[in-house]
Design a protein around this ligand. Structure first.
Ligand SMILES: [Zn+2]
Length: 546
């Protein structure tokens, strides 16, 4: 049954080029519409905007569209929205050697060799993710295994934790590190028996090499963003909320937008601690007529992460007495950051993981929303991870969006229990409680910390299990979401959190033709397989981007 949207204001999207009317047929189409699931058999769009849905094939046959796309029986869904990710970090990772999971120094070197075969012209080869503890012998690697691969090129590979760097002789030479070079304060140059550097630099000694690496240019940054956006498009993501960008990233996005090279949409949060923030606050929100690049929010970080015990808790960590984490901003800063951002008309999105950080962010948002009378800006709590039970209902009361990342729950499940203990888990990753309290949710992944695959998020939200179906029945299974809700989370609700719910996130006449074709029906397939759904094609504003 097709239910027409009656109350929403339908935006007219101004297309840059006229496009013939196109019919996508032979599909099973789904969209969420204000929490209700709508099914259809074909979709028609023109100039990037949906003009009609057909409820059955017979009706679709009467379509006068000149262009036709045969869906071959695939499932058609709205383009998925990732409400929290780090785009250029993803692109940087994809533009460097991935050493995560390497099984030996030789295996790591082989990955560098394979990378060089495709990227032989890079002056500096970067990589990340090695961990000698997982290698036979657990010894630090040596420059000689890299010297054998790259002659003129400098190679710099950071350890998984970012606290050590493995470099080749060219990099040591460029950094002028010789036997006489002293260890810098807070750093160590690992040396052999003769005093020569072995090629492993610890902590501040890495700065000697970093200082001679070429800085990232605006063009590099644009390439990182583009590489990441293409990867996201390939996984069915048509819009991403970039959770904290600097002026250089703003410039990179604006250049790509000007050149009409953005494959997917970006809704960006400006990093509050970026030195250039004042310029943007003065200028005010940047809202794109076609919503390819909207910059109208600010990102503030209130605390750290749970894994490193940096998340701010009211009571001690259960697995480390005396430790309660750290607030990254004091009251005066939080007040000033929020006040200035809101005065400039920006949405304020605050990272909060620990129960203390969450309570404090809610306190401040409550005061500030009252001060500026701007609940309509839809301020957000990014992560909303460990929340005291008494704070759950405050999201809806104050009008703060809970921006959540379902895969964090399934990745963190064992660690989170260790860190906060049974009692505090009652309000941990508590999506059902938040939803039932009337809170608005938005779904994301926090890539590159987690996979960019949005079906991993949908699977985690529905099952609260990992890909091995653990734990049986799901982790804190009372917090599971229904499949309808999981789709809303990554479509219309994420769009709402970006003020775009009348433009994207639903497939209805007047909405942008942002849609994907996928292999499996997420409403009928076994829940444990939801993460296996494959993306067959991705369209943004009627343009095929993957
Ligand atoms: Zn993040």
């Amino acid at each position: 049954m097709i239910r027409r949207l009656s109350c929403a204001i339908l935006f007219t999207l101004v297309a840059t080029s006229t496009q013939a009317a196109t019919l996508v047929y032979n599909v099973t189409g789904y969209t969420m519409n204000e929490g209700e699931r709508v099914q259809f058999a074909a979709l028609e769009f023109e100039d990037g905007v949906i003009t009609r849905l057909y409820s059955n094939d017979l009706e679709a046959r009467a379509s006068k569209a000149e262009e036709r796309i045969d869906g071959n029986g695939a499932i058609l869904l709205p383009g998925l929205i990732d409400a929290h990710g780090h785009v250029t970090a993803l692109g940087r990772g994809l533009s460097a050697v991935n050493l995560v999971g390497s099984t030996s120094a030789a295996d790591a070197a082989a990955r560098v060799r394979a990378f060089l075969a495709d990227n032989g012209n890079q002056e500096w080869v970067r990589g990340h993710g090695w961990n000698q503890v997982l290698w036979p012998g657990k010894q630090f690697p040596h420059r000689s295994s890299l010297d054998a691969l790259a002659g003129k090129q400098a190679v710099a590979l950071t350890r998984i934790d970012g606290h050590a760097m493995w470099v080749n002789s060219t990099a040591l030479k460029l950094a002028d590190i010789g036997p006489e070079t002293p260890d810098p304060d807070g750093g160590q140059i690992i040396r052999d028996d003769t005093g020569r550097a072995t090629g492993v630099l610890i902590d501040n000694a890495m700065n000697l090499v970093k200082a001679v690496m070429p800085p990232i240019t605006d063009e590099d940054m644009a390439n990182f963003a583009l590489t990441a956006m293409q990867a996201l498009a390939s996984q069915g993501i048509t819009s991403v909320h970039d959770a904290g960008i600097t002026a250089q990233e703003v410039r990179a996005y604006q250049a790509l937008r000007r050149e009409n090279r953005m494959p997917i949409r970006v809704y960006a949060m400006l990093k509050m601690v970026d030195p250039a923030i004042d310029q943007y606050l003065q200028q005010g929100p940047l809202i794109d007529e076609q919503h390819m690049l909207d910059i109208r929010s600010v990102k503030i970080s209130a605390d750290g992460a749970l894994g490193s015990r940096g998340a701010a808790l009211f009571e001690d960590y259960s697995d480390m007495p005396g430790q309660r984490g750290l607030l990254l901003v004091n009251d005066e800063q939080l007040d000033r950051y929020m006040d200035r951002s809101m005065a400039a008309g920006y949405q304020v999105n605050v990272h909060a993981i620990g129960d203390k950080a969450n309570a404090r962010v809610l306190d401040f948002l409550e005061q500030m929303i009252a001060r500026h009378d701007n609940r309509h800006l839809r301020h957000r709590n990014e992560h909303s991870q460990i929340v005291r039970l008494e704070d759950i209902s405050r999201f809806a009361e104050i009008g703060v969006v809970a921006s959540i990342q379902p895969t964090h729950a399934t990745s963190d499940k064992n660690m989170a229990g260790d860190r906060v203990g049974e009692a505090r888990l009652a309000g941990a990753y508590a999506w059902r409680k938040l939803l039932d309290s009337g809170a608005r949710l938005a779904g994301g992944s926090d890539f590159p910390v987690e996979s960019i695959n949005p079906f991993y998020g949908i699977h985690a939200a529905v099952t609260r299990q990992d890909h091995q179906n653990q734990p049986p029945g799901g982790w804190l299974p009372g917090e599971r979401l229904l499949r309808n809700e999981a789709l809303s989370l990554f479509t219309e609700w994420a769009a709402w959190a970006a003020h775009q719910e009348t433009v994207i996130g639903r497939l209805l006449p007047g909405y942008a033709a942002d849609f994907i074709l996928v292999s499996d029906d997420m409403f009928t397939m076994p829940a444990e397989d939801l993460w296996r759904n494959q993306v067959l094609g991705t369209w943004v504003a009627g343009r095929k981007v993957h």
